[in-house]
Ligand binder design. Structure first.
Ligand code: ADP
Length: 397
């Protein structure tokens, strides 16, 4: 059985074709610059690469191009789209409307689009891709998997903000949390490799990438997470400021003379490790500059490490204990220095890592010592695979 996984943004449409017999990727690619001009990058498992400039006025043309790339020319991997059993779509914001993976109907797409007020950068793009897919492949079932769904188990005391209650009722302002698919994938994998039921584990999952979030998982459920109403909250990120005093936002906006949307861009694109270091948002550059003695790059790295440490401690308190910590995402999987510094001086909590065992990139591996009370694991995430698994389970129902 073959599943197509689609991750659509406002101007791009990333895809992976997955063979569910062995969960291998048959081909993947990206239709980029939708609404601007258009470019396709396509790569097959056998190593064929296709790059071409296209015309993508809307998501519909991009989706047609994706179909062509999979079925025709030198990058073709299937003879027709009839070979695809279903399409699984990543959707960023499901709010309180969607608490689990859902089969797509016209009403569901309309509802996803209505939620765009809560996720202006993402949900409308998802809806456009869903309409395009429905038009071009009318007989193929589509399934939506939400970044927020895993966090719908967070209790109200943890998801509310201290605004008047009516703002929650009328404007739906609350913590939603993101990266749910990743946190769900790695915590399930952890339980599998520890040979335990996830329901019996207290876990802190650290997804550290350009965007980062830390999640507390107890009884197999997300009970708190660092991202909030939007993916801007929580730890310091590549270009996002993370949690700050809300009054600092209005003060800085006033000093710069920024309007609401300019301030939003400032916090999302100009802040974080980029803003602190003045050099780069990329953790590799930050590490290299810090090693060369750059003070502001060192500060950016130290701020990120300190934020993560505090969140692990806070979530151990929230869960009344801790059995395991997971590192995942581009930084979590590939930056031994970040993992080592986060786990330093955490013996009081039962965390002890083996520095030699921690010195690697990109594999599934335990990095805690045999006598560490808390197991610490690096688990590469795979959101596309989880979307494909959910999609398969949904159509088999
Ligand atoms: P996104 O959140 O956009 O999905 P990723 O999960 O790919 O991003 O993470 C990107 C981050 O991972 C960047 O800060 C990058 O520097 C970092 N990263 C990737 N590879 C390495 C590496 N080998 N060493 C250190 N950091 C790395």
């Amino acid at each position: 059985m073959i599943i197509l996984v689609v991750n659509a943004g406002s101007s791009s449409l990333k895809y992976q074709l997955i063979n569910m017999e062995d969960e291998s990727v048959i081909a993947k690619g990206n239709c980029d610059r939708i609404g601007i001009d258009g470019h396709l990058s396509h790569k097959t498992a056998s190593g064929v690469k296709v790059e071409k400039d296209c015309d993508f006025p809307t998501h519909a043309e991009a989706f047609s191009c994706l179909v062509d790339a999979l079925t025709t020319g030198e990058g073709a991997v299937i003879s027709s789209m009839d070979e695809i059993s279903a399409v699984g779509h990543r959707v960023v914001q499901g709010a309180e409307v969607f608490t689990k993976t859902t089969l797509v109907t016209d009403e569901i797409i309309e509802k996803i689009d209505e939620l765009r007020e809560l996720a202006p950068v993402h949900n409308h793009g998802h809806a456009l891709a869903l309409w395009a897919c429905r038009k071009i492949l009318p007989n193929v079932p589509q399934v939506v998997v939400f970044d927020t769904a895993f966090h719908q188990t967070i209790p109200q005391k943890a998801f509310m903000y201290g605004f008047p209650y009516e703002d929650y009722e009328q404007f739906h302002v609350r913590k939603y949390g993101f990266h749910g698919t990743s946190h769900r994938f790695v915590t399930a994998k952890l339980a599998e490799i520890m040979g335990k039921d996830l329901k019996d584990l207290k876990v802190v999952s650290c997804h550290l990438g350009n965007g980062s979030s830390i999640t507390a998982v107890q009884d197999g459920k997300s009970v708190d997470t660092t991202m909030g109403f939007t993916p801007l909250d929580g730890v310091l990120m590549g270009t996002r400021c993370g949690a700050v005093d809300p009054s600092a936002v209005t003060y800085v906006a006033g000093k710069h003379g920024f309007g609401v949307s300019e301030m939003d861009t400032y916090m999302n694109k100009k802040s974080g490790m980029l803003g602190i270091s003045g050099k780069s948002s990329d953790f590799r550059d930050i590490t290299a500059a810090a090693e060369a003695g750059d003070k502001r790059a060192t500060l950016a790295k130290d701020m990120l490490v300190y934020d993560i440490k505090k969140d692990i401690g806070a979530y151990a308190a929230a869960m009344n204990g801790l059995d395991a910590v997971i590192f995942t995402g581009g930084i979590g999987e590939n930056a031994p220095n970040c993992r080592e510094e986060v786990c330093e001086n955490m013996e009081y909590l039962g965390i002890k890592i083996d520095k030699a065992a921690n010195d690697f990139k990109g594999e599934l591996k335990k990095i805690s010592t045999p006598d560490s009370k808390v197991e610490v694991w690096v688990i590469p995430t795979n959101e596309e695979l989880l979307i494909a698994r959910d999609t398969l389970a949904m159509i088999q129902k």
